[in-house]
Design a protein around this ligand. Structure first.
Ligand code: NDP
Length: 260
């Protein structure tokens, strides 16, 4: 085993990031590219993808970036995306299941349609992508998957009611353990990151409301929200050879929120 810091890098790896056009996904893509990876962004909107890819090429000079529309709740979309990527690129070495949607509704008012949608994108989407991209990893007997769960998969956040989101992220944590156990014989590691409150367009806009700031920041021992880059650093660590003996793990990156 090398004792060089190169083991933290992703040189020559092909990394697929779902929901990579903005927020945490974009930060993961940028960190991976800066660590030497070729990166494919998958997301819903072509315009957002093109802008993100251009920004990424500017942020990380020389980075090789692909961008492909793909709705992770559609098995057909994912299969089509894999075909495009494998034709132009070869198989993915790393899959980051980051695409996710938020949902706030009291349990007694949650509509079935909304419940289904949040589970479909956050949980089924992560499974479908793992199955489709994992098939090539199984063939190659190598690869690694990092799922973006949430501390909401471990605890019930306050004060916002978000039962569907919480359940979907708890599912992502068990998906991670189950895949890790099943695919270890194929040389595939599967881990998750469970972020706490991270600055993003949606969390910034909600912070102004009611007493969310008191709960969110007041409840975080480090006294602040995290940045997308702080999540990306953990993802790249788990994807790299530095974490070669880590699988089935969910690393909570929450500024200490779940400690109290
Ligand atoms: P954003 O909403 O900023 O970004 C999510 C990205 O995913 C967007 O580009 C969005 O596209 C895309 N996306 C949404 N649905 C789909 C889909 N069906 N298929 C493909 N792409 C999709 O979210 P964040 O960056 O804040 O969150 C990223 C991940 O981190 C999520 O899984 C979230 O649950 C998790 N997380 C976030 C936390 C936070 O505080 N921000 C805390 C803990 C976990 P579009 O813009 O077109 O909708």
């Amino acid at each position: 085993m090398s004792d060089s810091s190169d083991i933290y890098r992703l040189d020559d790896r092909k990394v697929v990031v779902t929901g990579g056009a903005r927020g945490i996904g974009y930060a993961i893509a940028r960190r991976a590219a800066a660590s030497g990876a070729t990166v494919a962004l998958l997301d819903l909107e072509q315009v957002a993808l093109d802008e993100a890819a251009a920004r990424l090429r500017h942020d990380v000079q020389g980075a090789e970036i692909l961008a492909q529309t793909c709705d992770v709740s559609s098995y057909d979309d994912i299969r089509a995306a894999r075909e495009v990527l494998e034709a132009g690129w070869g198989r993915a070495d790393v899959l980051v299941n980051n695409a996710g949607i938020f949902s706030n509704a009291p349990a007694q008012e949650m509509e079935a349609r909304e419940w289904d949608r949040v589970l479909q994108v956050n949980l089924s989407g992560a499974f479908y992508c793992s199955q489709v991209f994992g098939a090539s990893m199984i063939e190659a007997r190598s690869g690694t998957i990092v799922n973006i769960a949430s501390m909401s998969g471990v605890i019930v956040n306050r004060p916002q009611p978000q039962i569907g989101y919480n359940v979907s992220k708890a599912g992502v944590i068990m998906l991670t353990k189950s895949l890790a156990a099943e695919w270890a014989p194929y040389g595939i590691r599967v881990n998750a990151v469970a972020p706490g409150y991270i600055r993003s367009a949606i969390t910034e806009s909600l912070l102004g409301k009611a007493n969310l700031r008191d709960y969110w920041i007041g409840g975080t021992p480090l006294g602040r929200m995290g940045s997308p880059e702080e999540v990306a650093n953990v993802v790249v660590f788990l994807a790299s050879d530095a974490a070669s003996f880590v699988t089935g793990e969910t690393l909570v990156a929450d500024g200490g929120y779940t400690v109290w």
